[in-house]
Design a protein around this ligand. Structure first.
Ligand code: GZL
Length: 356
């Protein structure tokens, strides 16, 4: 039985952003293209022309997926979404590789998919550059590439069909817009506000987008002081290390912006160790990203003020693109998954329906 939130998420499906709304908190733009899960059978898996092993004579679409790693709860949910989507029952043979946070492993995996003559390649680029050569090899092999989650920069945009993921810059801007509203509600708009930022993996477009988006809003406020932005690689352990140094270095932190929930958990541990309260009525305002269920529980208790969702359930959206390609449909350059902003006021309506 699908819950309301699941139905809403499915109805929302995948959306193509036509324009950027300029509302106070920018939510997904009004003009959307809803992708319908198209019917139609998969393609006959070509027999390897060297007469080598094939998956079987079933009518399966072979999809090679290079996942960047398993560094966070978000990543685990993203992988689960792929595994639950590309099943034999749905007409697919999934060839999956975990690159363990190394770009070189992703490049090796893509080359392996090419030699296996998969029908489609899907990958989440750990960082935005360094993909041109291997994607040219995929194009020369006639294999369409779909980028999932993080983005990338290539000389020739035709090297990949589309990207299914989030608008990271909008996520960063929404964090800044929320802080503007919150400080106004608290009567603190003119107060000196000291901010520290825990950033994700260096060079990742999620890190770049969230950083640039928040900085754009912060630049509007001379009284907002970003004391430090430091990388903690989207992990709890690294965040603990960095925050233990930061709380000794700065004795008046008003806001923590943490670019994923795993790092936020590390920071909350350190604040607690030092007798610093956080969240609603706390010493430090905490802004987090991802909105995994265990973090939403900390929004509900008030330890985290706001969690900017980054939706990992991208499997169905990627599958919709493949179905469109199989049916000769027209593909947009970008598809954004639907995302919300959670605070103590609204989290109770959604938390029980969260699948990750
Ligand atoms: C965002 C994704 C980020 C998450 C982190 O789409 O790439 O990587 O925010 C994850 O949790 O590690």
């Amino acid at each position: 039985m699908k819950s309301a939130a699941d139905r809403e998420r499915e109805e929302d499906g995948m959306r193509h952003r036509k324009c950027r709304g300029k509302k106070r908190i920018r939510m997904t733009a009004a003009a959307m293209i809803f992708l319908l899960l198209l019917g139609g059978c998969g393609k006959q898996f070509e027999v390897d022309d060297t007469g080598g092993e094939t998956s079987s004579d079933e009518d399966l679409i072979v999809v090679g997926v290079s996942q960047l790693g398993s560094e966070s709860m978000w990543r685990t949910a993203n992988t689960t979404s792929i595994e639950e989507t590309f099943t034999r029952e749905n007409g697919y043979l999934l060839v999956f590789d975990n690159a363990r946070q190394k770009q070189e492993n992703q490049i090796k995996a893509i080359r392996s998919f090419i030699s296996q003559q998969v029908d489609y390649i899907v990958f989440s680029p750990i960082e935005e550059s360094g993909w041109d050569v291997v994607l040219e090899e995929a194009r020369d092999a006639g294999i369409p590439v779909i980028v999932m989650d993080r983005g990338l920069k290539v000389e020739d945009e035709s090297l990949y069909v589309t990207r299914v993921g989030s608008d990271f810059r909008a996520e960063g801007e929404n964090a800044g817009l929320w802080l503007e509203d919150y400080l106004e509600e608290q009567g603190r708009s003119d107060e000196e506000i000291n901010i520290v930022v825990l950033q994700g993996t260096n060079g990742a477009t999620s890190t770049i987008g969230r950083t640039e988006g928040f900085e754009e809003i912060a630049a509007r406020h001379d009284n907002w002081n970003i004391l430090e932005q430091t990388g903690a690689d989207y992990t709890t352990t690294k965040a603990r290390e960095e925050m233990r140094r930061i709380v000794k270095q700065y004795d008046d932190i008003d806001v923590l912006v943490s670019q994923n929930d795993d790092m936020t958990f590390g920071a909350l541990d350190v604040f607690e160790e030092n007798g610093i309260t956080t969240g609603v009525d706390g010493d430090v305002i905490v802004i987090s990203f991802d909105a995994v269920k265990s973090a939403l529980e900390r929004v509900q208790t008030g330890d985290i003020n706001v969690d900017i969702e980054c939706n990992p359930e991208q499997g169905p959206a990627v599958e919709s693109v493949i179905r469109m390609l199989e049916n000769g449909g027209t593909i947009e350059r970008d598809y954004y998954v639907y995302e919300k902003i959670f605070t103590q006021e609204n989290v109770g309506h959604y938390i029980n329906d969260r699948s990750y």
